[in-house]
Structure formats: structure tokens, C-alpha cells
Design a protein around this ligand. Structure first.
Ligand code: CA
Ligand code: CA
Length: 298
């Protein structure tokens, strides 16, 4: 109403200016016409104002919806993945650390001779266990003293050798967290014989073979390691498998015919795999004769 009044005033002034010296009769008529025009202008202005806010509201609604969708997706994906992985790792570690306690056993006999003792980790609990090899008269003994609770286990080797039998040490052949036992059970002119044993549930078991041709299935796993003129036999551990290498020098002495064979350990059985043959120059090194961690031959 204030604006309408203003228009009226302006109209009156304009009429006064335009009219100039018009008579009193003409003035009321001009004022009435101006009032009608101003009412029409007011209506148009109101319509324009109403339209603008409506457009703005639509735009804001659209923007808000997009933002909400993005926020919901991101946290859900991240949170679900992370905790699942972490939980699995923790449980595995806990299971491996369970201690193994075996029945007590009397000490190594006082009459034992040629005693060798080395630290091993037969049960995966990382508490030092001991492997001892000794001889009483003509029998060689192999025993494990488990670190937890002083429990001990004893087994008797079924091998008798004129050369001293001796403990070599423990190495985890297949990577399950527990050492297998390496024992020197004899030696020839150029080779050292290594027998392998498995320790599980307070029992020492000789490891046996499962060969491709089935000819030596069930045979005790004893490997010869050494080198003579023209022949090399090596044993290697790679953390998951055991490998034998046998090399023979050619007649002209220029190259070796080399055969490497993998063995996969499961429980107390070594399963033979298919070998790889190669020709190697006699000038090249065939690698170490025995390589299973830090173990060295006695
Ligand atoms: Ca232990
Ligand atoms: Ca093992």
C-alpha cells in the first residue's frame, strides 16, 4: 500500500508537470488514470519475485541428494574389509604358539659316548628344544628335550655306522613353523649320509619317500652329499621344498650333466617331483653341497 501511495504521488507530480497550466477540472481525471496504471505495474513485479525462489529451491534439493549418496558408499566399504583381515592373522599366530609338553624321560645314560647336542625348534613355540645323538655300546640314540616343562622324548636309530653318527641340526623343510631333524648317519669315501626325522605329538618318526616310479616308496629318507672327481651330490632347502642335485662330468671333462629333483614334505613323507635336467660347463660352480639354513655338516 505504501508503494501504491508513492506511485500515486509520482503520478500526480508527473501529471502536474505534463499538464502544466491545465484547469482544475482536468486534474482529478488525470489522477484517476494514473492510479489504475500503477496497480497494473505492481501485479507484474509480484509475479517475478515468486518465480525466482522456486528455481533456487529445486537446485538445492538436487545437490543435497548427490552428496548423501557419496558419503554412504565410502565408509561402508572401508570398514568391512579392514577388521576381517586383521582378525585372521591374530588367530593364526595364537594357534602356532601353543606349547607342547611331553612325558618326562630319564637323562642321557652315563655310559653314553660320542654325544652331540644342538638346539632345534621342533614344536614351533620358539622355546629352545634340544636334539641329542649318542651311542651306548652299538646302538645310537636320538632324543629331543622339549623346551616347555622339561618334557623329553627318545627314539633309537635303526642305523648302525662305523663312522660316528651325529646331530646336524633342525631346519623347517616345508615352512610349517616346526623344524625337521637332520642327522648324520654315516659317510662313505666322498659322501656324508643325512637322514631326516619328523617330530610331532611327542613322537620322532623317520621321514620316508614317495617316489614317482613307486620303486622306493616307504624307503627311509637318507641323502648322500659330497663330491668326488666327476661326481657331485648336493642337498638344498628353499624354505618350502627339499632339492637334490646330482651332477656327472662328461667323458671329455668339459661339462656336467645335472639333474635337480624337488621333494615336497607332508607329515613324515617326502614326495618326489619331476626333475629338471641341464648341461653346465665344468668351469661353473654347481653351488654348495649342503644348504639348509645355517646347518653345517659335522
Ligand atoms: Ca620348542
Ligand atoms: Ca616343518
Amino acid at each position: 500500500m505504501g508503494r501504491v501511495a508513492g506511485w500515486c504521488v509520482m503520478a500526480l507530480v508527473a501529471a502536474a508537470c505534463v499538464g502544466g497550466g491545465v484547469s482544475d477540472v482536468t486534474d482529478p481525471t488525470a489522477a484517476t488514470s494514473s492510479t489504475t496504471s500503477s496497480s497494473t505495474s505492481t501485479t507484474v513485479a509480484t509475479t517475478t519475485t515468486t518465480t525466482a525462489p522456486t528455481s533456487t529451491t529445486v537446485a538445492e534439493t538436487t545437490t543435497t541428494t548427490v552428496a548423501t549418496t557419496t558419503t554412504t558408499t565410502a565408509p561402508t566399504t572401508t570398514t568391512t574389509t579392514a577388521p576381517t583381515t586383521t582378525t585372521t592373522v591374530v588367530r593364526s599366530t595364537t594357534t602356532t604358539a601353543l606349547p607342547v609338553v611331553c612325558a618326562p624321560l630319564s637323562p642321557v645314560p652315563a655310559s653314553a659316548m660320542e654325544v652331540t647336542t644342538v638346539p632345534v625348534n621342533v614344536d614351533g613355540d620358539n622355546l629352545a628344544d634340544l636334539m641329542t645323538v649318542y651311542r651306548v655300546e652299538e646302538t645310537w640314540g636320538l632324543r629331543i628335550d622339549v623346551g616347555v616343562g622339561g618334557g623329553v622324548v627318545e627314539a633309537i636309530l635303526d642305523v648302525f655306522a662305523l663312522d660316528p653318527v651325529a646331530a646336524i641340526g633342525g631346519f623347517d623343510i616345508e615352512g610349517d613353523g616346526s623344524d625337521e631333524l637332520f642327522v648324520k648317519v654315516g659317510s662313505g669315501a666322498y659322501a656324508t649320509l643325512i637322514q631326516l626325522f619328523d617330530f610331532k605329538d611327542c613322537t620322532i618318526t623317520p621321514i620316508t619317500l614317495d617316489t614317482i616310479d613307486d620303486a622306493n616308496d616307504g624307503v627311509t629318507a637318507i641323502f648322500g652329499v659330497g663330491a668326488s672327481i666327476g661326481t657331485v651330490s648336493a642337498l638344498t632347502c628353499d624354505g618350502t621344498q627339499l632339492w637334490t642335485l646330482d651332477a656327472n662330468l662328461s667323458d671329455d671333462g668339459t661339462f656336467y650333466e645335472v639333474m635337480e629333483v624337488p621333494y615336497t614334505l607332508s607329515g613324515s613323507v617326502l614326495t618326489q617331483g619331476f626333475g629338471d635336467g641341464a648341461i653346465v660347463s665344468a668351469d661353473e660352480s654347481l653351488g654348495p653341497l649342503f644348504s639348509c639354513g645355517d646347518l653345517t655338516l659335522p
